[in-house]
Design a binder for this molecule. Sequence first.
Ligand SMILES: *Cc1c(COP(=O)(O)O)cnc(C)c1O
Length: 360
Amino acid sequence: MTTPQPRAAVRRMKEYHPPLGGRDGLRLDFNENTFSCSPRVLEALAKISSAELTRYPERGPLEALVAQHLNVAPAETLLTNGVDEAIHVLCQAFLDAGDELLLPVPTYSMYEVYASSTEARIVTVQAGADFRFPLDALLAAITPATKVICIANPNSPTGSVVSREAILRILASAPHAIVLIDEAYFHFHGETVLDLIGRHPNLIVARTFSKAYGLAGLRLGALIAAEEQMQWLRRVISPYSVNSLALACLPAALTDSAYLDWYVEEVLAARREFAAALDELALPHWPSAANFILVNIGSQHAAFTAAMKTRNVLVRDRSSDPGCDGCVRITIGTREDTRAGIEALRESLAAINWKRDSEA
Ligand SMILES: *Cc1c(COP(=O)(O)O)cnc(C)c1O
């Protein structure tokens, strides 16, 4: 008896299971906002009417609002069910058999997850020393088959950045490829290439409401690209993938800039405190332009992560990411939450009798 079989690419895939599993305690594992979203968003949610739930969601008017906020045209703006859906739609629209997806690694996992459900080949380029952006290696890896290049700026799990000059060189060197600049952590870095939309038809920029805005559960992201590329993405995306609750909350999130500014300032101050604490403990780490820091615990990374969990602090072991052996990624939240994290970190290092690998 034969049973239905999926495409070959799907048979090769593994299920992607983010380590959620309850997640009680101080969540420093997914780079979420550790405090809250804007109270105005909660007010908007409380005012949802029956009609808003009864009818199908209409994305258009909110796309216009986001476009205005980002100073781009509505036709260049696409709201998505988080940046994850944006990546999925991009892969579905552009990646075919014989195409290549080019990725500097380590980077955000979902580029590879969604690309692996297509027939395209995934080509990776390893970051340089101290996770420096591998510009020369990336340029050398561009071929006529390169169809999509995904770059997170700032990058996860490293917190490292890529310069505007480097992005311009990539855009010019791969005019036949989509270059996605994923600015999920934009607010903690402050640099963007959004202004290049319109001048570079192969550029796509992504933004999310999941990190600084504190709305990861709402699933709200945006893609910005030249209309010429956007028309393909609009064909592939579901017309209702951004639901009515997300759309109803969006204006409040966008207009409460005082709340957003407050949270970003908290994180930037906490990031300085956290880096100073790591220096004092002689724990190797890398400079971060995002709301997390990658720390090199070394061979005791698993014991450390478990010891933190015993103290109700969740952190993310990134040891199996390429070039990240022994590394753990720790989210930076408010100063208060970050201080609690530092306290748990000190206790955990003592509890596992932590030593640098060279001294062990
Ligand atoms: C967290 C993250 C995202 C996910 O965004 P969603 O809008 O929650 O899907 C996208 N890109 C990067 C680099 C991230 O770290």
